[in-house]
Every structure is written in C-alpha cells, then in structure tokens.
Design a protein around this ligand. Structure first.
Ligand code: SF4
Length: 377
C-alpha cells in the first residue's frame, strides 16, 4: 500500500488469516478479519470461546510461531504493515476446498520477530486473563517491573525505576506501592495481580492496550474495580483500547465500537450502542442477538453468563456459505431460495447504517427494503 494511502488509524487489520494445521486438516482460526482501532479510540472484540478473538490479538502481535501461522492479510500499525514481505515466506493454495500451505519458518521468524520487537510492549501491549500464571512465583513485583523496563528501554534506563515504578503503581490505584514492589505473586489478590500485569503492559508507554478477558477469572466486585481502574488509566494515558470479551453489555460501558466474531470471521461491526440497540430490537446479525441474550442482564453487566450458555463454537460450521447457518433462526424467515443462498454463498459485509455493517443475506437491499421483515422497509 503506497504511503499516501496509508490508513490513519493506529491499528488497521485487513483480511487477516491465521490457519493451523491439525490432524483433522486446516483450522481457519481467523479468516479474513478486517477492522480499525483509531488513535485514542476503543474497540471491543466480542464472541464466544473459539470464535477467533484471542487468535486475532495474538496474530496482530506475532505471538503465533508455529507453522503455518499467519498466511495472509495486513496488520498496519502506525503506518507500517507488520506482515509486509511475509508472503514470500509462505504460500497458501486452495484446490476444491483442500489447502496446501508451505512456509519457511526460519525466515518468517527472523523477519517477523525483528519487526515485532519494535512494536510489542512499545506501541502495543497485551494483558491476558490469567495474571497469576504470567507472573514468576519467586520474583517480586519490583523485579518483574525492573526486568520489563530493562528489556524495553535498556539497562541504563532502569535508573529511573525508583521514580517510575511507584508512580505507575499509584496510577493503578495501589495505596501502598512500596509494599507491592516487595511482594511476591502469591501475596497478591487476584485483582492486585491483574493490576500488576497491567503495570507491566504499560511500562513501555504503549499507544494501544489489548486486554483479553482481563477480569473473567475475578469475582464480580473485583471485576468492577479492575474495569473502572482500566477505563480511568486508558483515559488518563490517552491510550487506544482493544478489549476482548464475550460480554456485549460490558463493552457498552467501556468502548466506542464493537467487532462481533463467529467462527473466525467478523459478522457485524459498528458503534457499540447502535449494535446493541439493534440486537435488542432484533435488527442485527442473529449471532449478535444470541450473544446479547446470554448476558444475564443489561443492568447488571458484570454478572457472568447463565450456566446453560453454550461457551464453545459448535463444530458443525457451514464452510461453504454463511458459517452461522446451522444455528441461525433468522433464515427460517427467508424464502427457500434465500435459505439456499445462505447455505452456499458467504454473505458480504452489508451496510446497515454509516460505519455499521452486518454479514447476513437477510439484510441485503433488494430494492424493496431488506429481505428481513421490519428492517429497511
Ligand atoms: S446469512 Fe442466512 S444463515 Fe447467515 S445469519 Fe443471515 S439469515 Fe442466518
């Protein structure tokens, strides 16, 4: 892409594809995903377990090492395509649905990792949902922070540690930073551990923070505290935020836009309030509507989904046409021809409003309003 047409967002993902080779064949964990995160803006990635949202984040940061890994797409960060030239290291060919992938893993790693070293922790940082497993049990919080600082800024820069580390911990709402600096991970609560992980992620002063289900393992009260702190820190530091969660109602409180994923693909994206209102009024992608239903109560967005909620993707996914076909109730309102199209042709992103698209044939404008009752007519 020429410099003059470089996208202005901080992060611009285009047609991202991440495939894995398994005994059962290729798994298309991420399959043609595109979205933007503006500078200082916030985007939520929503979907159930296995929809590809975490794989998308790992792919952006080059944290998928093993072949075949990422085999296509563009990841623009601050005007640089992190996947530029990687196409020469791997190739993908599709013949009657059978995939063949060839990859020069050594060359891929050399090229990709050199580029990513400049980005990870500096421009983009990530926090995961299991803070305790990410902290080394025999090192204090201070040692974790000092090592991260040295890795990012060089050993010389750690002279500023005594000043920067307590200030960062104060920003993360620790009342006694000195106590925390000398604490070992087992001496911290779950919420404190997650705030320490956030501190490690912020040590390199990134422009974008990716938070992957950062509070899933915490109790409801602690979740609220961590999320309020996260929102405040993102605002104070003017960070862009990419928040990954299954909880649409939670996103409404914390982000501007939402990208809804199912089976490795984006099925809907738009302003978060508009997407949720459309889902509540059954004027959105049927998957978004189902996702909203599993959040127990919009007035209590910090509660977990009901126990009966399906939390993993049904392996029966339609590969040829719309991937949501076998779970979709909306298709029953379409004609036999319409249903057949759902089964055999993948729906494109169809605009519902400005900046709001839905990948569903039911919303195709037929010239007489959309195919689904109650919308566009
Ligand atoms: S394209 Fe068809 S099967 Fe897919 S979500 Fe829309 S109505 Fe349902």
């Amino acid at each position: 892409m020429p410099a003059s047409s470089t996208p202005s967002p901080l992060l611009s993902v285009r047609d991202l594809r991440t495939y894995y080779h398994t005994d059962a064949g290729f798994v298309r964990a991420v399959d043609g995903v595109s979205f933007d995160v503006p500078r200082g803006g916030s985007v939520g990635i929503a979907g159930e377990s296995g929809c590809g949202k975490t794989q998308t984040a790992l792919s952006i940061l080059g944290l998928i090492d093993d072949a075949p890994g990422i085999v296509g797409g563009q990841v623009w960060v601050d005007g640089e395509n992190l996947l530029d030239g990687l196409g020469a290291c791997c190739s993908i060919q599709e013949n009657n649905g059978a995939l063949t992938v060839a990859k020069d893993v050594g060359r891929w790693r050399k090229l990709h990792h050199r580029r990513l070293t400049r980005v990870r922790g500096r421009k983009i940082s990530i926090v995961f949902q299991e803070p305790r497993s990410s902290l080394i049990p025999y090192r204090t919080v201070g040692e974790h922070l000092r090592e991260t600082m040295a890795a990012l800024d060089g050993k010389e820069a750690t002279r500023a540690f005594e000043e920067r580390a307590p200030a960062l911990l104060e920003k993360l709402r620790f009342a006694h930073p000195d106590r925390v600096l000398h604490s070992y991970p087992h001496e911290l609560s779950g919420g404190e551990s997650q705030r320490v992980m956030l501190g490690l992620a912020l040590m390199g002063r990134p422009q974008l923070l990716i938070a992957d289900e950062p509070t899933t393992l915490l109790d409801a009260v602690t979740q609220r505290g961590v999320l309020e702190m996260l929102a405040a820190v993102v605002h104070e530091m003017n960070l862009a935020l990419m928040l990954i969660t299954h909880n649409l109602a939670l996103l409404r409180l914390l982000v501007d836009r939402v990208v809804v994923m199912f089976a490795g693909q984006v099925v809907e994206q738009g302003p978060v309030a508009e997407v949720i209102d459309a889902a509540a009024g059954e004027r959105s992608h049927p998957y978004t509507q189902d996702l909203l239903r599993v959040v127990a109560d919009l007035d209590h967005p910090f509660t977990l989904p009901r126990a009966s909620t399906p939390t993993t993707i049904n392996p029966k996914v339609n590969r040829q046409g719309c991937r949501y076909f076998y779970r979709c109730r909306l298709k029953d309102r379409l004609s036999e021809d319409g249903k057949s199209r759902c089964l055999h042709e993948a729906p494109p992103a169809i605009p519902l409003e400005a900046n709001h698209t839905v990948a569903c044939w039911a919303y195709e404008d037929t010239g007489h309003g959309s195919r689904v009752m109650g919308h566009g007519s």
